[in-house]
Design a protein around this ligand. Structure first.
Ligand code: NAD
Length: 455
């Protein structure tokens, strides 16, 4: 295997050659990336099943389709995105050409997590390619089957002078981060993000951080409890709750909770049957370490399990679980749960729920379920989060027109669609000026006088 410095030198030479700049090169690479995903759909689905027992349907929806949609969008729009953006002028710049030029940053590093191991590598790569960069891609070693597959396929489809996959775990990534990159795009946990930022600071490298946090779901006012239960269960237990935008906890009144719990019971049975462990539609916990982490949370919580609670270590299976009587200081309300465990907290007033949310770090997504637009408006206007969605979960991130990213501790920067292109572009302020109006310019040259200021 090439050493990191050899890989970087190859990509730097590729970038300096200017090969990534023409529109046609970018479009060709994006088209090849699209072919990579389409040609290998079956293998991708298989690898994701090996890593997480991901159901085929979920793999197609959240790894294949989301990526191919973004690729189609970029291929159709990159010609527009790279156009200079002319800006309004004033009297002093009337004869100049004043525009913003989007330029690539150089050689960028993309570090991915294990939960959507294909999507979260390829979507940033789309932005990087569209913006004309070279890229090193570092998949998560935890989702090892997808890691292997990505490392095998990328060199087969994309220019090896411009794109490379580096594999490995924490130590390998730390070593990789010692190198100078022109941008680092990191998706993963807040803890690791701190060391990524530290490493980046040595070279003053700009960083995009796509992190997690606790995404609340507030359910207030009149509510279609059946629809709410369906959408909540789908968003929570998709990928066994291992989604950065999964609803992490529910806030509602006692009356809503009493209606919600039976509705959740019914929907869980409808989705996964009486024995969810036998359902082909439920993913598994990614690793023994994460299984143990989740089981410890269940052991320590003072909340009461009302649905699920069963587990099987050998199968890395945790049943879809719902708890009530969970207090704000419970262990389940500390770290991001990132598994199929849903605590319900009862708070009688929406205002108090909003206060509770605002006492915590700003989440990556915030959900509100209500038939009443005043509830939705009040929640949206009095909270902050990376994304916001009413009466559903996760779906807001599927639209390339909406920026995807966190705020505060849930992340820095955003991507998807044009937003990814912007993240990987430098917006260069350009003013092209000739020699005209030199007498007018004389007004700003010394010797200065108060009369000149009157102009
Ligand atoms: P992680 O931080 O453990 O790993 C992410 C990447 O960092 C992996 O490639 C890993 O090899 C590397 N890494 C691990 N330790 C490292 C170290 N000490 N130094 C340098 N690199 C290191 O995260 P994870 O467990 O793979 O992912 C789960 C987290 O990611 C959750 O918090 C989740 O919310 C978050 N996440 C966020 C998004 C988003 O888009 N905002 C998407 C998915 C997951």
């Amino acid at each position: 295997m090439d050493s990191h410095s050899q890989v970087l030198e190859r990509l730097r030479t590729g970038f300096r050659s200017g090969i990534t700049l023409p529109l046609e090169f970018r479009r060709t690479q994006l088209t090849k990336l699209l072919a990579l995903v389409k040609d290998n759909e079956e293998q991708i689905v298989k690898a994701l099943h090996q890593d997480l027992a991901k159901p085929k349907f979920e793999s197609i929806l959240s790894e294949v389709e989301i990526v191919t949609n973004d690729l189609h969008h970029a291929i159709s729009n990159v010609a527009t995105w790279i156009q200079p953006e002319y800006v309004p002028k004033n009297l002093a710049t009337k004869l100049d050409d004043c525009f913003v030029r989007r330029e690539p940053l150089g050689v960028v590093l993309i570090i991915g997590p294990w939960n959507y191991p294909l999507q979260l590598l390829i979507l940033p790569l789309v932005g990087a390619i569209a913006a004309g960069n070279c890229a090193v891609i570092k998949p998560s070693e935890v989702s090892s089957a997808t890691d292997c597959l990505v490392a095998e396929l990328i060199p087969k489809y994309l220019s090896q002078d411009c794109y490379a996959v580096v594999r490995g775990g924490a130590e390998e990534t730390k070593a990789l981060l010692q190198n100078r990159f022109d941008h680092i795009f990191y998706t993963g946990s807040q803890a690791v993000a701190r060391s990524v930022v530290q490493a980046a600071s040595v070279h003053l490298t700009p960083v995009t951080l796509e992190l997690g946090g606790k995404c609340p779901c507030l359910i207030y006012g009149r509510i279609n409890i059946q629809a709410a239960a369906h959408r909540l269960v789908w968003a929570k237990y998709f990928n066994a709750g291992q989604s950065c935008v999964a609803p992490d906890y529910v806030l509602c009144t006692k009356a809503t909770r009493d209606a919600l719990v039976p509705a959740l019971t019914n929907v869980l049975e409808e989705f996964y049957g009486k024995e969810p462990q036998k359902s082909p539609d439920l993913s598994r916990i990614v690793s023994a370490r994460h299984f143990t982490r989740l089981m410890k949370l269940l052991e320590k919580t003072k909340g009461k399990v009302v649905i699920g609670g069963q587990s099987d270590e050998d199968d890395k299976y945790i049943a879809p679980t719902v708890l009530v009587d969970v207090e704000e200081d419970d262990v389940l309300m500390g770290e991001e749960i990132f598994g199929p465990i849903l605590p319900i907290l009862t708070v009688e007033e929406l205002e108090k729920s909003i206060e509770l949310v605002n006492r915590k770090e700003k989440p990556l997504a915030l959900y509100v379920f209500s038939d009443e637009s005043s509830v939705v408006k009040m929640t949206m206007e009095n909270t902050s989060s990376g994304g916001f969605c009413s009466n559903d979960g996760i779906v807001h991130m599927t639209l390339p027109g909406l920026p995807f990213g966190g705020v505060g501790a849930s992340g820095w920067g955003s991507y998807h669609g044009r937003w990814g292109f912007e993240t990987f572009s430098h917006r260069r302020a350009c003013m092209l000026r000739g020699w005209a109006l030199e007498r007018l310019n004389g007004l700003r040259y010394p010797p200065y006088s108060d009369d000149k200021l009157k102009w």
